[in-house]
Design a protein around this ligand. Structure first.
Ligand SMILES: O=c1[nH]cnc2c1ncn2[C@@H]1O[C@H](CO)[C@@H](O)[C@H]1O
Ligand SMILES: [Zn+2]
Length: 434
């Protein structure tokens, strides 16, 4: 007997080798999708009627700082350097482990409710993040954000912390958690430090998550310091490879794009954060044309200000259209791939498609809504009209985390209350230091 059967839904497979099914069935057993078909005679413990809904792979948020939900709306409408240095970093200096626990729980709740099944995180107190991911049922690629700032002693401590996190958490929670190294950025970590990180990651068989060319200021700083941009500098130390997840990647030359493509670097595009901080527009269309793997991420809640992937998809599509002045640029189907298939490739997980043998990381989107009717084309609605609150069911690793709008893996109100309390106390500590 199967664990879960989802029936009567429109199956959006995202699998290039299999057509979508208008009225189909997804069978789930032992955390895997065991069948995708028109009809089944099989029985299951749980039968979900997805009438009037789309059954699709859940989203993969490939760049975030989950604990930053506590700073949602705390410092807005500022330039990135001012925002980070004068507002966010002083506030983060007061963060405690229990704050990160509360903030990450809130983030996981929000992600489950908005159809995200996995996320790539870079933050502090990562043991707390690991615990939250483990108990929530989500999947995640976690990294301790190492900020060296050209201080050799600090660099040693940071790398030690990054390494102990990798050693402890890589492969945990039945393989739902992978651990990565998270050097913050080429303008906050020295070349020597980045070389050590690369070496350590290779030795530990762990991936690397880093911010790259998010601002023009970074580009200028790198040119001044090294006589070359971040991509060239990283390439000169053989930093790149298919195990690297580079966030933002805005200020790229054509040569940089070739380097990223030729090294199979995964690029996390974060359009909402990039627009909000006026960081710039990443050349997504050009990267995709080259065959680079571009996926989507929201960035932290202080620069977005939510973790919704529907919104991120729409922003990505619209931004490329206006940037290239071509309304055919980045069509709905391709953005959906960025949010699912490409994200799975970046995190190296067997998710992102409704396909036999793949992880049962499935969401059900309710289409019986005013803003989703009439329905001509499913990808179009998902990208241009649907929103986070249209997700009715979220399944990760064959476990139902949200069942028909009801989150079953955590006490929703308690998570919200605890995060609100933690944020209030945190900000009063920050204000007391001013
Ligand atoms: O958009 C961004 N650019 C650069 N740094 C960021 C951004 N968003 C968050 N952080 C910062 O990265 C560190 C993660 O470990 C944190 O300090 C966080 O505030
Ligand atoms: Zn970031």
């Amino acid at each position: 007997m199967a664990d879960i059967i989802i029936k009567n839904g429109y199956i959006l497979t995202m699998d290039p080798s299999v057509d979508n099914i208008r009225n189909g069935v997804v069978v789930i057993e032992d955390g895997r999708i065991t069948d995708v078909c028109e009809k089944t005679e099989e029985a299951a413990d749980i039968v979900i009627d997805a009438q009037g809904s789309v059954v699709m792979p859940g989203f993969i948020n490939t760049h975030t700082h989950a604990g930053m939900t506590l700073f949602r709306g705390y410092a807005d409408d500022l330039a990135l350097s001012d925002w980070l240095e004068n507002h966010i970093w002083p506030a983060e200096a007061e963060l405690t482990a229990s704050d990160v626990y509360a903030g990450t729980r809130l983030a996981c709740l929000e992600m489950i409710k908005s159809g995200t099944i996995a996320f790539a995180d870079m933050y502090f107190f990562m043991d707390e993040v690991g615990k939250v991911v483990e108990s929530s049922g989500l999947r995640a690629a976690l990294s301790y954000g190492m900020i060296e700032l050209w201080d050799e002693e600090k660099g040693k401590r940071e790398l030690k912390e990054g390494k102990s996190f990798v050693n402890e958490w890589n492969g945990k929670a039945d393989g739902r958690i992978s651990a990565m190294y998270g050097p913050h950025a080429p303008n906050t970590c020295s070349k020597e430090f980045l070389m050590k990180v690369r070496e350590q990651a290779t030795e530990d068989n762990a991936k690397i998550h880093i911010h790259v060319l998010e601002t023009e200021a970074e580009l200028n700083q790198m040119k001044e310091q090294y006589g070359m941009c971040s991509v060239n500098m990283l390439d000169s130390i053989d930093f790149f490879g298919p195990d690297v997840l580079a966030a933002h990647c805005i200020w790229l030359s054509d040569g940089d794009m070739d380097i990223l493509r030729n090294n199979n670097v995964n690029i996390s595009h974060n359009p909402v954060s990039n627009m909000k901080l006026a960081s710039g527009i990443a050349p997504v269309t050009k990267l995709l044309d080259r065959g680079a793997n571009v996926c989507l991420g929201t960035d932290g809640c202080a620069s977005n200000n939510n973790l919704g992937m529907f919104e991120e998809m729409k922003a990505a599509a619209l931004l490329q259209k206006v940037d290239t002045m071509d309304p055919m640029a980045l069509p709905a189907r391709q953005v959906l791939e960025m949010g699912t298939v490409n994200g799975a490739k970046a995190l190296d997980i067997n998710s992102g498609m409704i396909r036999k043998g793949y992880n049962a990381d499935v969401i059900i989107v309710d289409m019986n809504k005013a803003h989703l009717n009439p329905l001509y084309d499913v990808p179009s609605h998902l990208v241009y009209s649907a929103g986070s609150s249209d997700v009715r069911t979220t399944i990760v690793n064959g476990k139902v985390l949200m069942d028909d709008y009801r989150v079953v893996c955590m006490d929703e109100q308690k998570v919200i209350d605890e995060a609100r309390d933690a944020a209030a106390e945190l900000i009063s500590r920050v204000d007391a230091k001013k």
